[in-house]
Design a protein around this ligand. Structure first.
Ligand SMILES: C[C@@H](O)C(=O)SC[C@H](NC(=O)CC[C@H](N)C(=O)O)C(=O)NCC(=O)O
Ligand code: NI
Length: 139
């Protein structure tokens, strides 16, 4: 058995690629259009393990995807959680759960897919402004 990917449906492919690639640092590994099925699949991989992917499904037609809160989150390990959060914040992305403990942070994609960031090696020393930054209560 080998883990391959997690698939999320996205409403705005460009906004999602900006979040997952420019924001989180994933790279597009391949994509395929299915005009007959009216959708596009885009696969993203992380530099450290590109074989484990996030599959973005872009359906050309609007569809109600509901709330789907049974889906928890996608998790990524980062080299410096403070730098990663500062970069996302500079892009205008809300840090829903700031890394107050130097260990874990949560953001959400344009489609409100929850994304967990975990510090490589465990945790960093507490650092302002993150140590005293309130969370949004939703991630
Ligand atoms: C190639 C492989 O990684 C896939 O996941 S293709 C699976 C296929 N996807 C679609 O048909 C995408 C368009 C569809 N409208 C959708 O939103 O899923 C599929 O069987 N999807 C059904 C599913 O539940 O994933
Ligand atoms: Ni798939």
């Amino acid at each position: 058995m080998k883990y391959l990917h997690a698939m999320v449906r996205v409403r705005d492919l460009d906004a999602s690629l900006r979040f997952f690639c420019e924001g989180l640092g994933l790279h597009e590994t391949r994509r395929k259009d299915y005009p007959e099925g009216r959708f596009t699949l885009v696969y993203l991989g992380a530099p450290a393990n590109p074989e484990s992917e996030v599959e973005l499904t872009y359906n050309y037609d609007d569809e109600d995807y509901g709330s789907a809160r049974n889906f928890g989150h996608l998790a990524f390990e980062v080299d410096d959680i403070y730098a990663a959060c500062a970069h996302l914040q500079a892009m205008g992305i809300t840090i829903n759960r700031p890394p107050r403990d130097g260990h874990m942070a949560f953001v959400r994609s344009p489609d409100l897919i929850s994304v967990e960031l975990l510090q490589k090696g465990g945790r960093l020393p507490p650092q302002e402004p993150w140590a005293s930054m309130p969370n949004t209560g939703v991630w």
